[in-house]
Design a protein around this ligand. Structure first.
Ligand SMILES: Cc1cc2nc3c(=O)[nH]c(=O)nc-3n(C[C@H](O)[C@H](O)[C@H](O)COP(=O)(O)OP(=O)(O)OC[C@H]3O[C@@H](n4cnc5c(N)ncnc54)[C@H](O)[C@@H]3O)c2cc1C
Length: 467
């Protein structure tokens, strides 16, 4: 396995935990890729359909430029996925039948970073500019991918972003120790040099009317994400010291970005006992951030049972393995507890307006109406001390907002923007992509969806224009 930086060193900074892969190790891993008869990684695993066997073969034979060309043929921003993708391809790697999958994500890292180091990633503006305009609302990975594709086709593309800087969760969610923001800035500069205009600090629908955007543009794509946070409305929720994980992570990212001088003390973990409610990736990012801020203790609670160490019989290869995952943040310390639900937040002794503990109980998962539901076990109640509680239970879907009302749009029951199979919404020329339409997902899926929807939009547009 590619090694992370030593824990004693890395928890004192926010620099990437994962160094560039060591070449000798990578080559020996790549050798394992060559024996595969039928590759499942690229069609079954990768949403971008990256030609992984070809990329790996070229890298193994030191044909790095070929590897780069093959990678860029399907993936516009491999430097993001090379750092944060869970590597769905590795889950369906044939080698994974008997041992670990080939580390395709690290190969991708070497290919793209070599490309940048050798200055092969130069701006490629379109050969011909069309007198046609497109707007993308939202600059997360889906919006960036859609904008990139439309710009390549020669449209004049503007991206509206309500945050101060582009990137969506790439910038304000994912911590620097997983994705350093210089990597994002490097790509945004390239996109700007290729002709895409970023209008940041502008909330579409509020600061500029949706109807106006639609009238003035030939294509309008909503890539606004799934940002409605899941709350935990239990007794004591009003106490201070209880925050949404994404607000906590955003504050740290804004500090490192130089957007703020300091983090509000309520959103700082230094010297505090931290409880993270939610066992997913966002929760794990909170764990790593809390250690770096100097937390006294960190405990992460998950309502689901502890996953098995290896695939269970109902989760065969080449499905994504639903097994216990230990992130770099988990390695850094703290406790993880499974099958636990929080029932109430308890005020702190001496400060009744602040949280001082979380009352929890174990849950049993029982079948009810054809599905599994958690049943708190009343005899298992326990209390965990807490000075800071972070709610990392995910997102329930698209936020309501003026941009949706402008087009009489409302999310469906699952919180997604209801689009047709081509990505179209209610008006001609209006599309949705990324988490806004898929529900909370992954960077790689957001990029793939942004590309697909932009492609469909171009096809419809060319068809209508008779081109
Ligand atoms: C903490 C955290 C960690 C994660 N870690 C990983 C990971 O390691 N690997 C992985 O694959 N995925 C990860 N994810 C998930 C991944 O980040 C998302 O699936 C992905 O960012 C979705 O992309 P998107 O472009 O659809 O939406 P977003 O990234 O959410 O971007 C939407 C953008 O739209 C903007 N916007 C919304 N409304 C308006 C408006 N009216 N006007 C202008 N702008 C607007 C928002 O400000 C935002 O910038 C993580 C998510 C979080 C929260």
């Amino acid at each position: 396995m590619n090694k992370y930086r030593p824990i004693t060193e890395r928890i004192h900074d926010f620099k990437p935990v994962e160094p560039a892969p060591e070449e000798g190790w990578l080559k020996s891993e790549l050798a394992r890729c060559q024996d595969c008869g039928i590759p499942f990684c690229h069609a079954c695993g990768c949403p971008l359909l990256n030609a992984i066997p070809e990329i790996n073969a070229a890298a193994r034979e030191d044909r790095w430029n070929t590897a780069l060309a093959r990678l860029l043929a399907t993936s516009p921003f491999p430097e993001f996925t090379a750092r944060v993708c869970p590597a769905l391809c590795e889950g369906s790697c044939v080698q994974g039948l008997n041992e670990s999958g080939v580390p395709c994500r690290q190969v991708e890292f070497s290919v793209i970073e070599r490309g940048f180091a050798e200055k092969l990633l130069r701006p490629r503006p379109p050969a011909r500019r069309l007198e046609k305009r497109a707007v993308v609302v939202g600059s997360g990975p889906a919006g960036l991918a859609a904008a990139w594709r439309l710009n390549r086709a020669g449209l004049r593309v503007t991206v509206y972003e309500r945050d101060a800087r582009p990137g969506g969760f790439l910038r304000y969610g994912i911590p620097d120790f997983k994705l350093e923001k210089s990597v994002l800035d490097r790509r945004i500069s390239l996109l700007e040099e290729e002709g895409i205009i970023f209008e940041c600090g502008v909330e579409a629908g509020e600061d500029i009317s949706g109807r106006l955007l639609s009238r003035r543009n030939d294509i309008l794509i909503l890539a606004t994400g799934a940002r409605k946070k899941r709350d935990l409305p239990i007794p004591g929720r009003e106490l201070s010291g209880i925050h949404f994980a994404v607000d906590y992570l955003t504050a740290q990212n804004r500090l490192l970005n130089g957007e703020i001088r300091g983090i509000p003390s309520s959103l700082e973990a230094g010297g505090k006992r931290v409880i993270v409610i939610g066992g997913g990736d966002t929760g794990s990012d909170c764990v790593g951030t809390a250690w770096r801020q100097g937390a006294v203790s960190v405990c992460q609670l998950e309502i689901l049972p502890k996953p098995p160490e290896t695939r269970s019989p109902d989760n065969p290869w080449p499905e994504w393995p639903r097994v216990l995952r230990t992130s770099s943040s988990h390695e850094e310390g703290g406790e993880r507890r499974w099958s636990v639900t929080a029932g109430a937040f308890i005020p702190a002794e001496g400060n009744p307006s602040a949280v001082g503990a979380v009352r929890c109980s174990q849950v049993k998962w029982v079948a009810e109406g054809g599905r599994q539901v958690p049943l708190p076990d009343g005899n298992s109640a326990f209390t965990l001390p807490a000075d800071l509680v972070l709610l990392a239970m995910g997102f329930t879907g698209t936020e309501p907002g003026q941009i949706l009302s402008s087009f009489n749009l409302a999310p469906d029951k699952s919180g997604r923007l209801p689009r047709d199979g081509e990505g179209r919404l209610s008006l001609p020329g209006l599309y949705a992509c990324g988490d806004a339409a898929l529900g909370p997902s992954l960077v790689v899926r957001a990029i793939a969806d942004g590309l697909r929807v932009a492609e469909r939009a171009l096809e419809h547009f060319t068809f209508q224009a008779g081109g």
